[in-house]
Design a protein around this ligand. Sequence first.
Ligand code: ADP
Ligand code: ZN
Ligand code: ZN
Length: 829
Amino acid sequence: MQKFVQVVPLQPIRQTFTYSIPDDLAPVVHIGSRALIPFGRKIITGIIAGFTDNAVEKKIKPLWDILDPEPIWTKEFMDFTEWVANYYLAPWGEVLHAALPQGMAGESGFLVVPIVEDLAERAKLLAKTRAIKRAELLRLVALNPSGISLKTLRNKLQFGGINTAIKEYEDQGLLMLQATDAEQKAKPKFIRMMRIAENLLNDDDLREGMAELEKRSPKKATVLALLYDNHLKDKGGLAVSAIIQRTGASAAALNGLADKGYAVLYKIEIKRSFFTGIPKTPPIYQLNERQLTAINAIASAVLANNFHPFLLHGVTGSGKTQVYIEVIKKVLAKKRSVITLVPEISLTPQLIDRYRAHFGDEVAVLHSRMSIGERYDTWRAVQSGKCNVVIGARSALFAPVKNLGMIVVDEEHESSFKQTDAAPRYNARDCAVVRASMERAAVVLGSATPSLESFYNATAGKYTMLELPERVDNALMPDIVVVDTREARKKKEMHNNISFFLRDQIRVRLQKKEGIILLQNRRGFAPIQQCLDCGAAPECPHCSVTLTFHKVKNQLRCHYCGHSIPAVTACMSCGSTNVKLFGAGTQRVEEDIAALFPDAKIARMDLDTTSHKGAHKEILDTFGSGDADILLGTQMVAKGLDFPRVTLVGVISADTQLHLPDFRASERTFQLLTQVSGRAGRTAAQKGEVVIQTSNPNDEAIKSVVQHDYKGFYADELQKRKELFYPPFSRIILIEFKGKDDKFVQQHANMLKRFITPDGYSEILGPHQPPISKLRDEYRWRILIKNDKEKDGGGTKIRRALQRALDEYTTRYATRAVRVIVDIDPQGV
Ligand code: ADP
Ligand code: ZN
Ligand code: ZN
């Protein structure tokens, strides 16, 4: 038995702390359990990370309590989160915090709440057996129907066995431990139930009991009759609230029945579920040769119990999802579990439906739009092994599955797998590979347009490449036509943003009642309201960007901070009334289409129309069922949708992403256009057509999209990355400095830079200002590091050098006025 434990506080602190183990807690102290620890003057939550015999700290305090008698995480999982912390230079506690569902990381403030009504009597009985402390515990709890704080109990009782006792009573359903912390709202939801006592089930006893009750208390007799009836219908018990409602009996009457032994009060846990509706029955497909090869390759890796990474490169509509499903069947048969990561849950109703059709209640969806309670229940269902097929966005990577067999990362190229807005700034795709390797599982990265990094890894033999080059069921790839909008404008062949060519295609499909998807990757009405006389355009006062015009409210709005002002009628700098709207967002395209086709029903899908829960699904259902003719939207309409009725896809402007200041701009454009094109003509019956409008018809990315030439695009782009020393050849690290004083922020960036020791394997660039140099009233400066992936394998050297520099900088110069954010493998630079 070791003396001390090391605990990781669930805080942004780069350290573990040592605590001693009180005797009464010894049996329940395990790695991977939550513990309450005294920390300064507070009691906070931490995770037990290890045991040790000797401690470096001088004054060691004892653990305060253990929240999970059974560990919630395995040792492998703890190791994995530690790896994430090290790689992304994030505090381990912050990673663990991110891995817990909201509400489980709460601090201090625990309440002990009575559940059964007869605690006071039980306390009296106990007192007779001389279990004085326990009796006193129950008495105090019974006195406080809405709960008594654990701290008060401790102070009053001075009783070493308090944890064990409370846990025992909790298991027996007599009381429960409830966190009062605001964050800790998530707790199991219980309802109180009542059923008839076993010993009354004999007819004679029942008749006797009823007779007796009817004389003294007819209400109670009614309740008993109801309970008996319910028992006969094989339904067990009834909710106390339902009994009261149906019989008009008081709560006291029910307690009386229980006290006299006629009935039993108990509680059950209600599972709050995210799903509505019953799963459909799955269709049966004749899998094709390529699908079978892929399935066998992945399944044998799982059976061999070895880590094995795959890249599943399959064109749009090639049946990738079916490959996942077939492998999952085999994984489940081996009693192992699967995590499927998708870019965004609300855009994935079709995948969830298909999984549910096959795996029913095994499926658990972890979703940020769930209520805290739903999330907590789902998490527990996964943790306890009830659900072994987890689907979720990036944070589902941390799902507490047991016996991980496979992780699927669907649409692995998507940037949303990277967390950018808060630490830990991890990329779930990359971490999935690491988790799989630590838990000896397979990992499948699937995409029609793999990221350059993953494709490079596959060609280099790090990943096994599996290819599905054709669509299922003999469906053909769509024909793609490019319309040069500069030419069309010259020839006066444009209605605002719609070329005559695209207009004619839309008309044909509308007549045939076929589905149309239109992509305009910019929301709002017009991105700029500009003065024709002096060229000024209203900018956000808090961010260095122009404001977007929103027609509905006649407003100018900042898409970065939400700031809005009424639209201007005269120029703010010169007063001219010659102001005009430039560019087009989805709202304006909607207007253009409505003007051309007044009878067409248009469903618009962008951030502005999808703010409420369930909005995505409503819009997609409207379109899928044919109630809307046209689905118009931002990149949301490009992703994973499988609607057989779609035969035309139109891209209003392919240029929106092409010129972004991002080394991945070409790659993003290629991916978006290929993905949206893939929504057309997904059945053999109707070949699809795609119309791409652009003012850059000779761009390599766009040309490759037209030719369905992923490999050509890849080779071309890889060459450029090599020349510019960008990923996959280098690892990018971005250090961002933010603060209200521009000069000061820049100085701090320079200070840190001086502490980074130069070496032969990294280029250190900057500090420079990013394209959006001011955001939400903060000025930004950046240092960019290009680290040689070959010379510095896992990036260990640069991370060590950087950590040293950060430590040095922090001790000497750190100030609240400048925030420093380190982002490893960032997006959008
Ligand atoms: P991807 O994920 O590659 O875009 P999906 O798995 O969504 O492709 O498959 C496209 C469509 O074809 C879906 O409707 C799917 O149900 C169906 N499908 C999948 N496999 C087969 C098959 N072997 N034969 C016929 N249809 C299939
Ligand atoms: Zn002006
Ligand atoms: Zn702003």
